[in-house]
Design a protein. Structure first.
Length: 394
């Protein structure tokens, strides 16, 4: 036994000595070292703030419509560049197709996309329905004449379209006076808006309810918590436009009121919605003169919802596009507690125990998805009943 202990002691001493030795190796190739300047990015100026940036409206020639065909519920046409030009932020798409269809009484669709699509470019311009649901074309019974929207188009000076509300004669959206810019890496279209307009939406963002007329909204989802006016988890490229009108004499046309603040006046409000079905990075410029919409790819797939109330627009958008909220599990209607930074199960148990000792109701504890525990690889939620240990839920 003594001999065995001596042998083990010598072995451990040998391992200890070996662990303190410095081992030097030679390499036949140079070892790359990251320079200190690697964390210094390129200094970039946003397009809207760069005084030397090229304005696409001054360079692009616009399009002209040919082969226009009109039926009871749709308008189709071919669009081609009015004149050749060198692309500003991509390669100009020379040939496009236009489709205008009344999909239902509460929805009108305007689609502009490349005429020639194939395996080599389809994924860049066509957004799969499995990613973003596509409103259906309906049963074909709705017609342009019966819709609350009045659609018109012109080639003077280049192709543009206008959408007006029949009951008020108010122009809701028009590209007239601007050019459609359609390149493989850049889209731009614009519409004037009335004085002191009221736009809401273009989420997901932390901001005041009314967007105002001095805003650049960037739509590019980011894993950020709650930055003011910054990108967060998702985006919805849809807005609601509410306009107030002075009630005129019977049979008379209502008059738009830019500042409907007189409590003694009688106002009638009309709300419509505009949704761009495009998943590319986007930015929306709201200026006193109107709205400018840009995207880095995809197609112009606009859906217009006539309302005329905000509730009607939201309902039509939900039922045709994003779907209704899912029925939630019973425990989700209970009391929840949440914070960022729980380190381990012990901390979570202490939180649950503290709630129990204080006799505070608790059905669920929300933790962070970065907590290094196997069950959290499947769900960022830890459901903890006040009388039980936490269990993961999916």
């Amino acid at each position: 036994m003594a001999t065995l202990r001596s042998s083990l002691s010598l072995l451990l001493l040998g391992l200890g000595a070996a662990s303190t030795q410095t081992v030097t190796t030679n390499s036949s190739r140079p070892i790359f070292t990251v320079p200190a300047s690697a964390d210094q990015g390129q200094h970039l100026i946003p397009w809207v703030e760069d005084p030397e940036a090229v304005d696409p409206q001054t360079v692009c020639s616009g399009y002209r419509a040919t082969g226009v065909e009109t039926t009871a519920n749709r308008v189709t046409a071919d669009l081609h560049l009015a004149a050749a030009y060198r692309g500003v932020y991509g390669n100009p798409i020379e040939n496009l197709t236009l489709l205008v269809e009344v999909q239902a009484g509460d929805r009108l669709h305007v689609s502009i996309q490349p005429r020639y699509l194939g395996p080599e470019n389809e994924t860049w311009f066509v957004l799969p329905e499995v990613l973003v649901p596509k409103p259906s074309s309906g049963d074909g019974k709705a017609s342009l004449a019966d819709n609350d929207f009045e659609f018109t188009w012109t080639n003077d000076p280049t192709f543009s379209f206008t959408l007006a509300r029949r009951v008020t004669g108010d122009v809701l959206f028009t590209t007239n006076g601007t050019k459609l810019v359609y390149e493989d890496q850049f889209l731009e279209f614009a519409s004037p808006l009335p004085e002191n307009y009221n736009l809401y939406g273009l989420g997901e963002v932390v901001r005041g309810f009314r967007l105002g007329n001095n805003l650049t909204r960037t739509l590019f989802a980011a894993d950020a918590g709650d930055p003011i006016d910054g990108n967060i988890y998702g985006h919805h490229p849809v807005y609601l436009d509410t306009r107030y009108f002075a009630v005129g004499p019977a049979g008379g046309q209502p008059t738009y009121v830019p500042n409907a603040t007189d409590p003694s006046a009688a106002y009638q409000s009309y709300t419509h919605g505009v949704f761009l079905r495009n998943a590319h990075a986007q930015e929306v410029l709201l200026q006193p003169s109107g709205i400018t919409w840009r995207a880095l790819g995809g197609a112009v797939n606009l859906y217009f919802y006539p309302g005329p109330t905000a509730e009607a627009v939201t309902t039509a958008y939900q039922q045709s596009t994003v779907g209704l909220p899912a029925m939630q599990q019973y425990w989700t209607f209970g009391f929840h507690q949440c914070r960022w930074g729980y380190e381990n199960w012990t901390v979570l148990q202490e939180v649950v125990d503290a709630f129990r000792e204080a006799n505070i109701p608790l059905e669920t504890v929300w933790s962070t998805p970065c907590l290094s525990l196997v069950p959290l690889l499947f769900s960022p939620c830890i459901s903890a009943n006040a009388s039980q240990k936490p269990t993961s839920t999916i």
